[in-house]
Ligand binder design. Structure first.
Ligand code: ATP
Ligand code: MG
Length: 412
């Protein structure tokens, strides 16, 4: 990036207001982190980056001072100096006090405040993440040539990569996330430290690992992101269930529609031959929410069973009825060449309004009781049998037909 001034007018006003308040109170405040990185990357390459994260603010003000300067704050990581400042709309913005690590064990760090911006930048992980922008002037502090690396698309550790990864193993996964972004590569020494650390990740918190996995899937094409985890030797360490994936099967994951990390995770598990049980355990281990774990399990289960022939209307209806709740996720994870034909067949079924669930039957439980069926499990059993008949031929979904089935009589 040739410009000596950062385009600060692009910083959201709520963030700028926080920085101004810190500076007005006599402290230093600088924009740092992913938002600076992505804005500089856009400026250097003209390529847009999809971003959800906010600007991070680094300040010389100690955490209690940060808390006293703003009406609403949340001490989200106070022991590491991070305070969330809430704006008028309730939006949270992270303000972190300049810090350096005094003790590290690969997953926790003990930090010390009262250091300079330069020291704070030196403890950051990669050169592209160690650029600070002054909120008033747009002046930049870039002691490790992060802008040069951004322009070249290089992920390079600040300082000695092996040392930095020993301090904090999460940096290995962060390197892979940044390195998988389009146009980026990992610098050789940093890469050597990544592969050397691949077997040292077992102590990381599973939530953090899951978060990095998800962020990686959001930041890159699956084949590239997952492919890099594979190449680095990290994939099988985090996901033993995916250990059987090879480059070809990873490449096929680019066929999964949309960038939804849950669907992609399920597709990867299915591609590795995992069953639904294995998939559920894997998702739970990596602390996916119950809802997401359920989605993963459903997609893997559906992909593990035979898929219907799109020409076979009855087969498509039965399959859709069995997979109704998670149909959207499942359809995205279908093998790309097959997906269009099956999705078209499903749309046709839906347009015809064919009943697919018990609720859509022309009769319900109370009708069965009125017809003399005894209350109890027989009611559900008969309704499911009726649905099965209706899936075979939707024209059967009438009270006349269903209430005259012989199996109504014999039920007990
Ligand atoms: P994004 O916001 O896109 O996830 P980010 O780089 O902003 O990416 P954050 O977790 O928000 O990631 O961290 C903000 C900044 O803090 C980083 O840019 C980096 O400078 C520093 N940082 C974050 N995690 C680490 C780490 N494990 N080791 C060293 N520095 C880190
Ligand atoms: Mg960030």
């Amino acid at each position: 990036v040739s410009a000596e001034r950062f385009p600060i007018e692009r910083v959201p006003p709520a963030v700028a207001a926080i920085a101004q308040r810190l500076i007005g109170a006599g402290h230093e405040a600088w924009y740092v982190g992913g938002a600076v990185r992505d804005a500089l990357y856009e400026a250097a390459t003209g390529k847009a980056v999809t971003r959800t994260g906010d600007y991070d603010i680094a300040t010389s003000a100690p955490p209690p001072e940060v808390r006293s300067l703003f009406r609403r704050t949340v001490p989200i990581g106070i022991e590491h100096g991070t305070v969330a400042v809430l704006d008028e709309g309730g939006g949270a913005h992270e303000v972190t006090t300049f810090r350096k690590d005094v003790r590290t064990d690969g997953r926790h760090a003990e930090v010390e405040f009262g250091v300079s911006l330069e020291e704070d930048l030196a403890r950051r992980d990669f050169t592209i993440n160690a650029v600070a922008v002054h909120p008033g002037s747009g002046e930049m502090r870039d002691p490790f040539d992060g802008r040069g690396d951004l322009g070249r698309g290089v992920v390079r550790a600040v300082g000695d990569a092996a040392t930095r990864f020993r301090e904090d193993r999460l940096r290995v996964l962060r390197a892979l996330r940044f390195g998988a972004a389009p146009g980026f590569t990992i610098e050789p020494e940093t890469w050597a430290a990544v592969t050397a650390s691949a077997h040292e990740l077992s102590h990381l918190s599973r939530e953090r690992v899951r978060e990095e996995w998800v962020k990686m899937l959001l930041a890159s094409a699956p084949a590239r992101g997952i492919g890099l985890w594979l190449e680095a030797g990290v994939l099988g360490e985090i996901w033993p269930e995916l250990a059987s994936l090879d480059a070809a099967r990873v490449a096929a994951l680019d066929g999964v529609q949309g960038a939804d990390p849950v669907t992609l995770t399920a597709a990867a598990l299915a591609a590795a031959g995992a069953g639904s049980e294995t998939a559920r355990h894997a998702a739970a281990r990596l602390r996916f929410s119950n809802r997401d774990a359920e989605r993963i399990e459903a997609v893997v289960a559906a992909l593990a069973r035979p898929l219907p022939d799109p020409e076979d209307e009855i087969g498509v209806r039965r399959w859709l009825a069995a997979n109704l709740t998670h149909y959207t996720d499942i359809s995205r994870a279908l093998p790309a060449r097959f997906r269009d034909r099956l999705v078209a067949a499903v749309i046709a079924v839906r347009l015809r309004g064919a009943p697919l669930s018990l609720e859509q039957l022309a009769v319900d439980g109370s009708d069965l009781l009125a017809a003399g069926v005894k209350a109890g499990p027989a009611v559900g059993r008969i309704l499911r049998r009726m649905l099965d008949e209706v899936l075979e031929d939707p024209a059967r979904n009438t009270r006349e037909y269903l209430l005259t089935r012989p199996y109504l009589e014999s039920a007990d």
